[in-house]
Design a protein around this ligand. Sequence first.
Ligand code: ZN
Length: 276
Amino acid sequence: MQLLNQQLLIGFLLAICISLLSFKLGFLSKSGGLAACLLGTIVFGLGGFAWAVVLMGFFISSSVLSKFFKIRKADLEEKFSKGSKRDAWQVWANGGVAGIFVIFHAFLPDAIWPWLAFCGAIAAVNADTWATELGVLSKKNPINLITGQTVERGASGGVSPFGTFAALLASLLIAILAIVFWPMTIQNPIGSQSVLLLIGITAAGVFGSLVDSFLGATVQTIFYCPQCKKETEKHPTHSCGQTTSYFRGWKWVNNDWVNTICALMGGIVMILASVF
Ligand SMILES: [Zn+2]
C-alpha cells in the first residue's frame, strides 16, 4: 500500500511536469493540460514505468507531428474542428479508454489483458493521429471509405495508402515500446510470443484507425460551409467566419466520440487476442 502511495505521488509529480511543459510548448490548452495531468497521474501512478513509456510514445510523437506539420498544412486546418492545441475533451477522447484499462490493472494486478488492451488502445489513437497528421500531406487525394469517391485531403472518412502506411508505422512504434518495456518480463518471459504480440498490437492499432475512418465516413457529424462550399468539422463558425450548417451524420457523434470508439476498438481487439 505504501509502495502504491509512493508511486502515485511520483506519478502525480511527473504528470504535473509533463503537462506544464506541454502547455508551455503549445501542445495542450489549459483544460487539456489539467486533463493530461489527471490522466498522467493515473497511468504513471497506477500503471508504472512501462505504461508511462507507452503513453509518452503516443503523446510525444503525435504532439511533435501536429506541431511540426502545422505550417505545411495550414490551408487544411479549417477542416479540423480544433487546432493543434489539444483540449480536455481531446485528451479524454485519446487517453480515457487507456486510462480505464490502467484502473482495471490496479484492481487485477496479475491479469495480462489490461496491459494488452491499454497498448491496443494507445496504438489505435496513435495510428489515427499519425494517419490524420501525415495523411493530409499525401500527394493523392484520399477516397471515401464507403462510397469509394475521391474526397478532399483532411476530410473525415477519407483513406489513402499514405495515411494507412502512417497508421501502420504509428502502431508499430507503440507495439515495439510495449514489447521492449513489457512490465511482466521477469515473472512471465514472453520469448517467442513477442512476434505475435508485435503483430497483434500493430494490427489492433490499424484496425482501430480504420474504424475511425469508417465512422468518419458514416455517422460522424459533418457540417458544411456555404461560403467555402466545403465539408468541415467546425461548428457553429467556420474559419472564414461563415456559420456552418449540419451536413451529414448523427448529431451527437463528434470527432471526440469517434476517437473514443477508435481507442475502444484497439483495446477490444487485444482483449480478444489475449483470450487466445
Ligand atoms: Zn468557410
